[in-house]
Design a protein around this ligand. Structure first.
Ligand code: PRP
Ligand code: ZN
Ligand code: MG
Length: 225
């Protein structure tokens, strides 16, 4: 069960960050028993519990102080921060470390047959994305009047489905764009995984544990360089 004296860390249950985040925790000596169906995983050698959730939920869990730490992509974090600021909700947290995995970029891509010169080519167009706040901020910075259309999945098929003219989605290898006849045009946001901590102070015991873990994380990252 949940025990408030144990450090609670939110981690993506499955997806681009989960394996690397678990590998990092194991590399710094945290023994974990992860059962696929279970939301919570207890460490057997440290007072640490992992909460395994959807990555979209992690920034909010940290900002609401429901968990102490979270491993999250900067793209999700920044999007959720903008969303919460717009809703006048608490959006504070501390970034402990920028990590060496989870690299990807949020990019605008258009159908191969579409004429595209620069971002102004999207004037008056619809752009499907899971990151409307990041995209709208980019449009505002570039003085472009285009409409972000929110889709939580299958963004890459939106142009073919006639739902949008272009997309703004995460790209890492580019295989998804290629497979869908889309061409990457502009980078909106560059992202890596980060480790964040809630804004409110931790208990002395928990803070001491975090302070012991961080140098080990630095050591693992340096050893890979
Ligand atoms: C992202 C994005 C693309 C894919 C791009 O999805 O939505 O589908 O990754 O990666 P690629 O350039 O290597 O092909 P993600 O895997 O994060 O999962 P989701 O779409 O289910 O959220
Ligand atoms: Zn339990
Ligand atoms: Mg996808």
């Amino acid at each position: 069960m949940s025990d408030s004296t144990r450090l609670r860390i939110a981690i993506q249950k499955s997806g681009r960050l989960s394996d690397d985040s678990i590998a990092l925790l194991k590399a710094i000596g945290i023994k974990l028993q992860i059962r696929d169906r279970l939301l919570i995983a207890h460490s057997t050698n440290e007072p640490i519990d992992l909460l395994r959730v959807r990555d979209d939920d992690i920034p909010g869990l940290v900002m609401d102080g429901v968990v102490d730490l979270g491993f999250i992509g900067e793209n999700e974090l920044e999007e959720k921060m903008l969303e919460r600021q717009a809703a006048k909700k608490q959006a504070a947290f501390n970034t402990l470390r920028r990590l060496d995995y989870g690299g990807c970029r949020l990019s605008i891509a258009v159908p191969n047959e579409m004429a595209y010169e620069n971002i102004k080519s999207l004037e008056g167009k619809k752009v499907a994305t899971t990151y409307p706040f990041l995209l709208e901020r980019f449009f505002a910075q570039k003085n472009v009047n285009a409409q972000a259309v929110m889709l939580t999945g299958s963004v890459e098929v939106a142009p073919r489905a006639g739902v949008a003219d272009a997309i703004c989605d995460l790209v890492s290898t580019g295989a998804t764009l290629e497979a869908n006849g889309l061409c990457e045009e502009d980078v909106v946001f560059n992202s890596k995984a980060v480790l964040i901590q809630k804004a409110d102070a931790l208990s002395d015991e928990k803070q001491a544990l975090v302070s012991r873990l961080l140098p080990r994380i630095d050591g693992v990252i340096q050893a890979k360089e």
